[in-house]
Write a protein that binds this ligand. Structure first.
Ligand SMILES: [Fe+2]
Length: 191
């Protein structure tokens, strides 16, 4: 997995200080805060988690399309030899793509479903931010639905993603004994 310095260098190179990179930093820092609380329960490399969080949206250098930015990030990081971080780019879209959906968007025809703690924490924390401002899943999904009104196939994927994200959030709240929403909102280095 990428070191923090390598991930930071890539975001500087491809993000060029653009506003969307602030979201990436907020997600990385909050993902680390969540990961630190889970270290007693799971084998989590918080450096890798932070790096994956920082780069999950790097495909925005090419497009802000709600799906294709994940594909662009996947292609870029695969080309650069970072398959784990590349997988997070592709699988954070709508909290996971099934093989048929992946193939439809030009990815290899296999499931891009987040399964490891890092793969699942990054998209969850991503969904707890509107830009670099902490929010709730309900508000973020309402905003995503509004922004993608008319895009019925994406809206269907969003509904499934909401179910996945909500059940993972509930699971983590119980496991940690803290509200993940509060952990993200109070992450001191975020926003
Ligand atoms: Fe994204």
């Amino acid at each position: 997995m990428l070191s923090r310095d390598e991930a930071t260098a890539l975001l500087v190179e491809y993000g060029e200080g653009l506003p969307w990179t602030r979201h990436c930093v907020a997600v990385a820092d909050a993902a680390e805060a969540v990961g630190a609380l889970l270290e007693d329960h799971h084998a989590i490399d918080v450096d890798s988690l932070w790096s994956a969080g920082l780069l999950h949206d790097i495909g925005r250098y090419a497009t802000h399309d709600p799906i294709m930015h994940g594909v662009e990030g996947y292609n870029l990081l695969m080309d650069l030899g970072h398959p784990e971080a590349a997988f997070v780019c592709a699988s954070h879209v709508a909290f996971g793509l099934r093989a048929g959906e992946a193939a439809q968007f030009g990815l290899p025809a296999r499931d891009f479903i987040p399964r490891t703690p890092t793969e699942r924490i990054v998209p969850l924390v991503d969904l707890l931010f509107e830009g670099d401002r902490p929010t709730t899943l309900e508000i973020r999904f309402a905003s995503l639905r509004q922004r993608n009104a008319g895009n019925d196939s994406f809206l269907g994927m969003l509904d499934r993603g909401y179910g996945e994200a909500k059940s993972f959030l509930t699971h983590l709240d119980l496991e940690i004994g803290h509200s993940i929403v509060d952990v993200v909102a109070s992450c001191t280095r975020c926003s």
